[in-house]
Design a protein around this ligand. Structure first.
Ligand code: SF4
Length: 363
């Protein structure tokens, strides 16, 4: 079988990493357990979210849903509420679905076969590798941004990791290196080095356990690796939305379950069209979404928010309901709520800031 030229270096590489990890790893709650459920949850939360942000969510989530079965039994809305503010809500919708499958098809026990793990909703090659190596001691590789960076720099790999060919090359290398003995420790060690030492902008080569064999360090190319194509600026949208009041009640709507922020609640509104004023946009969007007419009053607040692939400026206006019974045309549910109960509903982050201001003003 063809061996990657880097293979002969890999033993030294692994040993240095694992040794460094045993002395420098952060004490994180999911590192004190071998429970597949806990490790699965941590891996899903840690995708796209920072460790410090994840810790309190992780703890609360497990208090509320201590077993896979408890998660499976819970109402999706309650599960979303526990995730509120973490973003990328498809992660938790998929976990909820997977928990049901595990309960129904695997009698509540997390599957141990790699294929079966990979078949669960929301679990890709990375998460399956992390869970099976860390919780189940299987020699499966992981590859995320941290791992790619360390491999690319240490072995001097110049392939763009965002291309299919690049992905295949990095996965192949990761697979060849992962050891049979303590694969989970090795995988966590390489990810930890990427998170703490081999940083994207300022790698701390001085304290790095890999510095003697590192190609990037030797040739002073730390800042050129890993190679990535330049990203174009993400598009920006202006969104107008309304706090639709009818006496003391406020109108909120629930988004379709598929798609970004699916299943969460929001204030009705939408994208401003070309040539349209923001006031007109609010009026039109509310009518299109719910079939009600409103009088747009004063500006309440502006929220800027960046998602992965686009940015929004959300402008919120106080509105007075004027006619029509709400009917969901572009949502799955709606409610007239009191301010006291509004915080029971899960909102995406930009809308949550509006809720906070409302509560501060009303309370
Ligand atoms: S020596 Fe520097 S560039 Fe090389 S792996 Fe270590 S921190 Fe990264």
């Amino acid at each position: 079988m063809h061996q990657h030229p880097a293979m002969k270096l890999s033993k030294r590489f692994r040993n240095a990493l694992v040794e460094w990890y045993s002395q420098n790893k952060r004490d994180l709650p999911w590192r004190r357990t071998r429970s597949t459920y806990h490790i699965w949850l941590s891996e899903i939360m840690l995708q796209q979210t920072r460790v410090e942000t994840v810790i309190p969510y992780y703890t609360r989530f497990l208090q509320r849903f201590p077993t896979i079965e408890a998660l499976a039994k819970a109402d999706l809305q309650e599960v979303l509420k526990m995730w509120e503010g973490l973003g990328y809500y498809s992660r938790v919708r998929n976990m909820h679905k997977a928990a049901k499958i595990i309960t129904e098809e695997f009698s509540g026990r997390f599957p141990e076969s790699f294929r079966e793990i990979l078949d669960l909703p929301g679990i890709g090659r990375y998460s399956a590798g992390a869970i099976s190596s860390i919780a189940l001691d299987q020699a499966r590789p992981v590859l995320d941004g941290n791992v790619t960076r360390v491999l690319s720099r240490y072995f001097g790999i110049e392939t763009d990791a965002s291309t299919t060919a690049g992905k295949n090359e990095f996965w192949k290398l990761a697979e060849e290196i992962v050891p049979v003995e303590n694969p989970g420790t090795y995988n966590q060690a390489i990810m930890e080095l990427g998170a703490l030492v081999c940083l994207p902008r300022n790698p701390n080569c001085r304290v790095c356990p890999l510095s003697t064999g590192c190609q990037a360090k030797r040739t002073d190319r730390q800042h050129e690796l890993p190679v990535r194509k330049r990203r174009s600026a993400s598009p920006h949208f202006n969104i107008g939305a309304g706090l639709v009041w009818k006496d003391d009640k406020l109108l909120i709507t629930r988004r379709n379950e598929d798609g970004l922020l699916g299943g969460l609640w929001q204030f009705p509104g939408g994208k401003q069209e070309k040539g349209e004023s923001i006031l007109r946009c609010v009026q039109r969007e509310i009518e299109e979404e719910l079939g009600v007419k409103v009088l747009v009053r004063d500006h309440f607040m502006t929220v800027k928010h960046a998602y992965t692939h686009f940015r929004i400026t959300l402008q919120i206006f106080n509105c007075q309901w004027s006619s029509g019974e709400p009917e969901c045309k572009a949502c799955t549910d709606y409610r007239w709520v009191d301010l006291e109960e509004i915080d029971d509903f899960p909102f995406p982050r930009a809308n949550k800031r509006v809720v906070e201001k409302l509560l501060a003003a009303g309370g």
